[in-house]
Design a protein around this ligand. Structure first.
Ligand code: IMP
Ligand code: MG
Length: 180
């Protein structure tokens, strides 16, 4: 028998699926048809794969682009310095952009991405994260759309990692303290 994963389930697969579908209808009602979706890698790739299919189902068939951002820091705390590792290829001038990420914590990552795209001439930039962890906010910004609010604990699964592990879990859970 293999040892149980040191992870307590917060949101299981069917809970996530239902929330993603509702979130997509909220976004489809609020964003224009020509919205450019920009997914922040790596953490958002599982969420965005489900979200764009739910968006299409909800009537918003968007164009997609990807940006890889990194912030220097430890495995569980991001630092203030964000940098672009791989940039988008689309021209954002005059466009409505929806940035998608896994989690909004300090807010530094998406505050940086938002400022970058506005500086390049985007008409509007809105933010969507699957998770909101409001306890450690350092920027005066909140996500426009969010799936679930989570406690001030380190969560993994459904794209979120701890030191590059656990991204492939189909659920979101809290990594237990003794292994984190
Ligand atoms: P922020 O810049 O502090 O908002 O941090 C956002 C980034 O930190 C996310 O895109 C995640 O990659 C990472 N992060 C923050 N909290 C967690 C967590 O609980 N689990 C996994 N990654 C996290
Ligand atoms: Mg990450």
């Amino acid at each position: 028998m293999s040892a149980p994963l040191p992870i307590e389930v917060l949101f299981d697969e069917s809970t996530i699926r239902a929330r993603v579908a509702t979130l997509a209808t909220e976004i489809a009602a609020a964003m224009p048809a020509e919205t450019l979706v920009v997914a922040v890698l790596k953490g958002s790739f599982v969420f965005v794969a489900d979200l764009i299919r739910a968006l299409t189902e909800a009537g918003l068939d968007t164009e997609m682009d990807f940006i890889t951002l990194a912030s220097y820091g430890t495995a569980t705390e991001s630092s203030g310095k964000v940098r672009v590792v791989r940039d988008i290829t689309e021209d954002v001038r005059g466009r409505s952009v929806l940035i998608i990420d896994d989690i909004f914590e300090s807010g530094r990552t998406l505050a940086y991405a938002r400022a970058l795209l506005l500086e390049r001439g985007a008409a509007e930039v809105r933010l969507c994260t699957l998770l909101d962890k409001p306890h450690k906010r350092v920027v005066d910004l909140d996500p426009d759309f969010t799936g679930f609010t989570v406690p001030d604990q380190f969560v993994v699964g459904y794209g979120l990692d701890y030191a590059h592990r656990y991204r492939g879990l189909p659920f979101i859970g809290v990594l237990q303290a003794e292994t984190a």
